[in-house]
Structure formats: structure tokens, C-alpha cells
Write a protein that binds this ligand. Structure first.
Ligand SMILES: Nc1ncnc2c1ncn2[C@@H]1O[C@H](COP(=O)(O)OP(=O)(O)OP(=O)(O)O)[C@@H](O)[C@H]1O
Ligand SMILES: [Mg+2]
Length: 504
């Protein structure tokens, strides 16, 4: 169906948003048409989430005009946004951790039995179950606090919640981060059916292929300003990237040839009841070893077990030939193993400390002279260097990490681990949420780390990333390493066959 220009649902004109020292948005204008999927694209810190927060009533614009169905509105708060038909899945988790899925879905708008003062628990439960069943076959989860459910299920519950509002526009800020392929597909089906019902979608993602699959139009932003609005059918991925970053980027992933040294990590007979089965692997200096597998196959559980973040039933971890008792990530760091976790929001940064300290804090002894004086100047130099290389968008290195955009917070945590003197670094989805321009620099920094004698274990859902960087790849299926591929043997088909259990 051709969408007519006059079917504009929301119209933004000259939107500006200023924070102390930062102009996050400057003169952004854009129309959202009825029943379209409009993608918002731009590098980390371009202003996507800020624009969304203004539309959702979380932030107030500094100036500019918003019209909904032709009427000028001042979106006061999130409740007001919902009344205007705007429903949002935010980049950061927003569920109340102590409440169940049902309670979260109906928080503040509980269904009450007609004529009675009692809540209609049954209807609320049934409605939640209906949405939830589209993603998962089990529903016992609906009775437990969502904090017990893990990131993936929490995400799905947020999506179910946003969809349940009968909104006229659903905004999704990186909704597929942490979703498995299967759940992505379910979400995409939802998006298509919402669209058929005339609901508009604003979609933010750094997965450009995803955008080309879903979007009708794309609005490109850079440094808080409009760059262009384009029809998907009139543009290519390369053109889109060029508009986003305003410079040439190579998307060529390659690891430099590094001679392998001695073994730096050996993991033997790692077991965790019902989750991991007899995991064995090793890693040499100069080597990048990948773990490939579907979401939920035990990739994250494996690396968490190695660093003592989860309890294990058995297993031995050797670093440089020496056995270590690792019962916590602290023990792991002492043994020389650092883990950059998948869920960085919760485990990674001290968000109320400045960028500079966050980068250097894991390796304080490298910037302390005579074990006493903090070399302020050196700390600044190091921080400035990483900020520049990773293109971390921040007014100064003294800005609190809290005030950086999602992707830039991740870059800070990456920088922190790269600066440590770990012997082994484990990266779990290091480029999730990071824009195309900065990804290449992340790959370069990982390569540099092994060039300097480190070993890297890399978990990633992006097969091109794994195949481009890794010297060897282990494939995990249902908690078991089922195959090891050399760089030459690893193809997308080969990996997928083992990852999906097709070899059995
Ligand atoms: N509360 C805040 N205080 C100060 N600066 C902020 C605040 N929120 C956002 N910013 C700044 O505004 C700019 C835009 O941030 P925003 O979160 O909108 O980026 P984004 O496009 O969503 O990036 P990402 O892809 O990393 O999520 C950034 O430079 C960020 O540091
Ligand atoms: Mg964002």
C-alpha cells in the first residue's frame, strides 16, 4: 500500500535539546506517517535516544514543535505520551524487577472488575499469557519476579508490554539486543502485523541489515542534526553508512598475523548441572578463539563459569600452566582473566564516576607512581587516547558515564578492559549496540591486545565478526562444545549446522 504524505501522524519541527555542555539535538525535523516503519539511524551519540525520550515524555525539549494528528502538543510525562498513543521500548531496561510479568504489564493500569473494587487478575493473566506464548512455550515464568528470568525474557516482557498498549505509534530503541533469532522473527512478525493495522513504528538499531528488512523510510542523524530522510528502496547500506558517519569506513574485519606463543588458558572438564557439559578448550598467546552458538546455547554461561561468576560442579582453569581456584570474577582478575560481560549496564561501569576514572580504574597500578601518587596527567592522557580512538562522544573526559549515550558507555567499558594488564580477555558480544564506524576500531584494539601477547576468547552472534577475527572457533550446542573449526574450515554454513544441532 502506498502511504500518502497527508497521512502524517506525528510531525516534529526544529526540535532542540540542550544538556549542560551538550547540544544533544539541534533543529531536528521529521514526519512519522501512519502505518510506516521509520528507522532512526546514526552513530553512537547522534541523538536517537534523546529524540525518543522527548517523544515519550521522559525529557522535555528545549525548543521546537511537536504535532500529533495536526495538534500542537507539549508532552508532559510518560503517562501523557501513552494517552497520545505513544508507546516505547527503551534502550535501557525499565521493568520493576520485583514484580511478575503480569504485574509489570499492567502496572498503573490494572484491569478492575466492572462494578467491583477488585482487580481482574484472571483477565490480566490471560492477556499476558496470550502475548507471552507468542514468544515462549512455557508460561510458568509469569508467576515469578522478572529479575529471576534473565535478560532475554525481560526484553520479551518489555516488548509484550509496549505492544499491549494499543498505541498508534510504537517506538523501539534497539529492541533486538540480546534476542535470539527465533525471538527476533516473532518481533518482526509483530511489527508487520502492527503495520497492517495502521500502527506506526519508529525503529532504532545498529543492525543495518535489520533496518533494510523492516523499514519503509530511514531518517539519518549526525551530531544531533538532520542529515537526510530516505526511502529504503532508493538507498543502499553503503550509502546509508556514508550518510551516518560522514567519512569513509572500512568494514573489513581482519586480524593481523601474529605468531602464537605458549598456552595462556586451559579449561578442563567444566560442568554445571543441566547447563554446561564437559567443556574443554585452550587458548594460546596471540590467539583469538571464538565461541559460536545460538542464543541460549550456553555461550554466556561458559564464560561466566570460567571467571567464577556462576557456580560450577567441576572444572579446572589454568593460566600459563598454573591451576587457579576461581570462585569469583575478582579471583579471575587476580589470575589474569578479565571478562567484558554481555549485560554491561549492570556489571560494567561505575556510572557516577567520570569517563577517565572508569577507563583506568581496573589497572590503577599502571598510573600510580611509587605506589603512592596518582599520575593525574598520565590518567588523562590514557583516557584521551581511548576516547579518540574509539570515538567516544563526550564533552570531556570528566563527564560522568551516566550522561553518555548507550553505545558510548559500552565503549568506555571496552576501553577499561583493554587497558588492564590481563593475560586473557573474554569479550561477550563486544560490538552489540556499537555503531559501524566504531566497530572497526574495536576489532583493531582486540587485535592489538593479542599482538602484545594476550589471548582473547570471543563470544559473538555476528558470524562475520567471528570468522573475520578468530583463529579457531568452538561451536556450542545445548551446553556442550560439539565442534572445533580452524580459521580455514569455518564457514557460515558449517557453523550453523553444528550450532543448530543439525550434525546429530
Ligand atoms: N542526561 C544527559 N545529560 C547530558 N548529556 C546527555 C544526556 N543524555 C544524552 N546526552 C548526550 O546527548 C548526546 C546524544 O545521546 P543519545 O543517547 O541520544 O545518543 P544515541 O543516538 O541514542 O546513541 P547510541 O547509539 O549510543 O544509543 C550524547 O552526546 C550524550 O552524551
Ligand atoms: Mg541510544
Amino acid at each position: 500500500m502506498e502511504v500518502q504524505d497527508d497521512q502524517v501522524l506525528i510531525s516534529l519541527t526544529g526540535i532542540t535539546k540542550e544538556f549542560p555542555g551538550v547540544k544533544a539535538l539541534e533543529g531536528v525535523s521529521l514526519d512519522i506517517r501512519k502505518g510506516e516503519v521509520l528507522a532512526l539511524v546514526g552513530e553512537n551519540g547522534a541523538g536517537k535516544s534523546t529524540l525518543i525520550k522527548i517523544l515519550s515524555g521522559l525529557y522535555q525539549k528545549t525548543s521546537g514543535e511537536i504535532r500529533v494528528n495536526g495538534e500542537v502538543v507539549d508532552i508532559k510525562d510518560t503517562k501523557h505520551a501513552q494517552e497520545l498513543g505513544i508507546s516505547t521500548i527503551f534502550q535501557e531496561p525499565t521493568l520493576a524487577p520485583e514484580l511478575t510479568a503480569v504485574q509489570n504489564l499492567y502496572l498503573g493500569r490494572e484491569i478492575v472488575k466492572p462494578g467491583l473494587r477488585k482487580m481482574d487478575e484472571k483477565t490480566m493473566y490471560e492477556e499476558t499469557e496470550k502475548l507471552y506464548r507468542k514468544f515462549f512455550s512455557t508460561v510458568e515464568d509469569l508467576h515469578v519476579p522478572v529479575k529471576e528470568l534473565g535478560a532475554l525474557k525481560n526484553r520479551v516482557i518489555e516488548i509484550a508490554k509496549a505492544i499491549s498498549f494499543q498505541a498508534s505509534v510504537v517506538i523501539m530503541d534497539e529492541p533486538t539486543a540480546q534476542l535470539a533469532d527465533h525471538e527476533r522473527e516473532v518481533l518482526f512478525d509483530f511489527i508487520r502485523s502492527l503495520k497492517e493495522q495502521g500502527v506506526s513504528i519508529i525503529y532504532v538499531s545498529h543492525h543495518l541489515r535489520e533496518l533494510f528488512l523492516l523499514a519503509d523510510r530511514m531518517h539519518v542523524m549526525r551530531d544531533g542534526k538532520n542529515v537526510a530522510t530516505v526511502n529504503k528502496s532508493d538507498t543502499t547500506i553503503d550509502q546509508l553508512v556514508a550518510m551516518m558517519v560522514g567519512r569513509e569506513v572500512s568494514n573489513y574485519i581482519v586480524k593481523k598475523e601474529v605468531p602464537f606463543g605458549e598456552e595462556v588458558l586451559r579449561v578442563t572438564d567444566l560442568n554445571r548441572q543441566g547447563i554446561l557439559k564437559n567443556i574443554n578448550f585452550n587458548l594460546r598467546k596471540g590467539e583469538i578463539v571464538g565461541i559460536a552458538g545460538l542464543a541460549g546455547s550456553g555461550r554466556t554461561e561458559t564464560v561466566r563459569a570460567v571467571v567464577g561468576a556462576d557456580p560450577i560442579n567441576s572444572g579446572n582453569v589454568e593460566v600459563e600452566g598454573k591451576s587457579h581456584k576461581i570462585r569469583s570474577p575478582k579471583d579471575a582478575i587476580k589470575a589474569g582473566i578479565g571478562l567484558l560481560p554481555e549485560n554491561r549496564k549492570m556489571h560494567g561501569a561505575l556510572i557516577d564516576l567520570p569517563v577517565s576514572q572508569n577507563i583506568t580504574m581496573a589497572a590503577m597500578d599502571r598510573i600510580i607512581a611509587n605506589k603512592l601518587v596518582l599520575k593525574k596527567k598520565k590518567e588523562s592522557q590514557i583516557a584521551e587516547d581511548y576516547v579518540q580512538r574509539l570515538r567516544i562522544k563526550t564533552p570531556t573526559i570528566n563527564q560522568k558515564v551516566r550522561f553518555l549515550s548507550g553505545g558510548n558507555q559500552q565503549k568506555v567499558i571496552l576501553a577499561k578492559w583493554l587497558f588492564t594488564e590481563s593475560k586473557v580477555l573474554i569479550f561477550d558480544e563486544p560490538t552489540q549496540g556499537i555503531d559501524v564506524g566504531a566497530k572497526v576500531e574495536v576489532y583493531n584494539l582486540i587485535s592489538e591486545f593479542v599482538q602484545n601477547g594476550g589471548g582473547v576468547l570471543l563470544v559473538s552472534s555476528e558470524l562475520p565478526e567471528l570468522m573475520g577475527l578468530c583463529d579457531r572457533i568452538y561451536v556450542i550446542h545445548k551446553g556442550e562444545f560439539v565442534k572445533e573449526f580452524s580459521r580455514e574450515e569455518a564457514t557460515e554454513e558449517n557453523i550453523m549446522m553444528y550450532a543448530s544441532g543439525g550434525h546429530t
